[in-house]
Design a protein around this ligand. Structure first.
Ligand SMILES: [Fe+2]
Ligand SMILES: [Fe+2]
Length: 334
């Protein structure tokens, strides 16, 4: 979403009711969504599990926990909370007070009584900074993921747009299963890395034209564990999700899959979704050794495997909505 179209959410923390009302009114009239808190602890409670605003306006002189202390707690909390920019809004205008505000992690300090234009200009500046920073990180992350996935593709001579389709299918299926846009996006990017472990499998095995020997097949089956090992070193949520996908995309709903023989809901939803869309795409596209299946055969096969290879609920969603999956295939042909 572009900066202009986004409705930003601001948390305003002030112990004086009139101040809260003035700020709320002013920001709402500018199109912001506003939540108010009357003290530091309430603000932290809201931030912990109710809201993730885009910016915090923080008063300093408040009973019990003052603004500095509140800011310190916010900045030492998890990444989600710590990354929200904090602007101090205070009647204290000593250099010492202002310095202190920056030292505890504030991005700006505005003295009360404030000028409306000034406050709005500074809020906008910090929102913009944060917005473009986030965007840049997100884009870099996304491109790196596809770059890594393409390396595996080249190594295993995977054809065309398999990775792109599998990720789009995973996103679509996640949305159909009730996940919100942000979560579905995680499914999409994580699914792109499902076969990353193939990087550890010899090229000759991956590209052998004929049937694999038992020994080669055992080797091949190591790719989920290898992928998991590569990805699980990271603490980032997206890579952790990808590690699950890599590990579990060959598990089967009835427990007959590999590497761990997980069963039913023991298999993470990320694994269950990727397992289904990976096979769906494999059947639905031609490979060097086989023609593309007719769509009815593909759907029939998937239904036959409902409860065996695949999660029945997901099969139902895919079959019911296969026209939307079709559209994705048309957008990413080989
Ligand atoms: Fe795989
Ligand atoms: Fe695949």
């Amino acid at each position: 979403m572009s900066f202009k179209d986004k409705k930003f959410h601001i948390l305003s923390v002030d112990d004086t009711e009139t101040n809260r009302l003035v700020i709320e009114k002013m920001l709402r009239s500018e199109g912001f969504k506003v939540t108010s808190a009357s003290n530091g602890m309430d603000a932290i409670a809201l931030l912990s599990d109710v809201i993730t605003p885009d910016l915090i306006l923080l008063d300093i002189m408040m009973p019990e926990v003052n603004g500095y202390e509140t800011c310190r707690i916010i900045k030492n909390a998890g990444k989600r909370m710590a990354e929200i920019p904090v602007i101090f809004l205070s009647a204290m205008n000593d250099l010492k007070d202002i310095t202190n505000g920056f030292e505890v992690g504030g991005v700006d300090y505005i003295t009360k009584p404030f000028q409306k234009v000034e406050l709005l200009a500074r809020i906008n500046t910090h929102l913009k900074l944060k917005h473009y920073q986030d965007k840049e990180i997100e884009l870099t992350q996304r491109e790196l993921i596809y770059t890594i996935a393409r390396i595996t593709d080249v190594h295993s001579s995977e054809t065309g747009n398999h990775i792109k389709r599998v990720s789009e299918y995973a996103k679509l299926l996640a949305s159909l299963a009730g996940y919100d846009e942000e979560q579905a996006e995680v499914f999409k990017l994580a699914a792109a890395m499902h076969d990353i472990g193939k990087i550890g499998i010899p090229h000759e095995i991956l590209n052998k034209p004929g049937k694999l020997t038992d020994e080669e097949y055992i080797k091949m089956k190591e790719h989920p564990a290898i992928g998991h090992k590569i990805l699980s070193e990271s603490q980032r949520p997206l890579l952790r999700a990808a590690a699950i996908v890599a590990y579990e995309h060959h598990e089967k709903f009835d427990g007959s899959g590999y590497p761990r023989g997980l069963k039913g809901k023991e298999i993470h939803i990320l694994g269950r979704i990727t397992a289904l869309v990976d096979v769906f795409d494999a059947l639905d596209t031609p490979r060097p050794y086989k023609q593309r299946w007719m769509i009815n055969d593909t759907l029939q096969h998937i239904q036959k495997e409902s409860g065996r290879h695949f999660d029945p609920r997901l099969v139902q969603l895919l079959v019911k909505n296969f026209k939307h999956f079709r559209k994705i295939r048309d957008n990413f042909p080989d």
